[in-house]
Design a protein around this ligand. Structure first.
Ligand SMILES: [Cu+2]
Length: 140
């Protein structure tokens, strides 16, 4: 096998590893003046199954996965430490449901801004994979 074939094989293997987790339709809600929190939404699918264990972004001091739950009459949100990703089943983050909470925004998010978000997914064996997401800001 010559060098270029080896390189191609390595590139294909790397590509396959990344394809185990896919992210669709990422977006983040644009902010109004003085607003320092926002939320990002996307659909994430893990082919093998796993869990979403961490999220971060350079635009916010803190990034957490939140879910919405009814508590009596009140809709409350709370943090999820490790969100299960069932094998092959898309998990949808959407307004009034799962969201990626951005707290302590360093600057307003204007419509059209592209916000980088890093997700960390852990598989059943405890192996972690980083997924880079680019979420475009819009009003809704
Ligand atoms: Cu939240």
């Amino acid at each position: 096998m010559n060098k270029s074939v080896l390189f191609l094989a390595a590139a294909l293997l790397a590509g396959a590893a990344h394809a185990q987790v896919t992210v669709d339709k990422p977006w983040v809600r644009a902010t109004v003046p003085q607003q320092t929190t926002s939320a990002a939404y996307l659909t994430i699918t893990s082919v093998q199954g796993g869990k979403l264990v961490d999220a971060s972004s350079p635009v916010a001091a803190s990034v957490e996965v939140h879910e919405m739950k009814m508590e009596g009459e009140m809709m409350k949100m709370r943090g999820v430490d490790a969100l299960p990703l069932p094998a092959g089943k898309p998990v949808e983050f959407k307004p009034n449901g799962l969201h990626i909470m951005l707290t302590g925004l360093k600057a307003p998010l204007k419509a059209g801004d592209v916000v980088p978000i890093k997700l960390v997914v852990e598989d059943a064996k405890g192996k972690r994979q980083t997924v880079d997401v680019k979420a475009t800001a819009r009003q809704n």
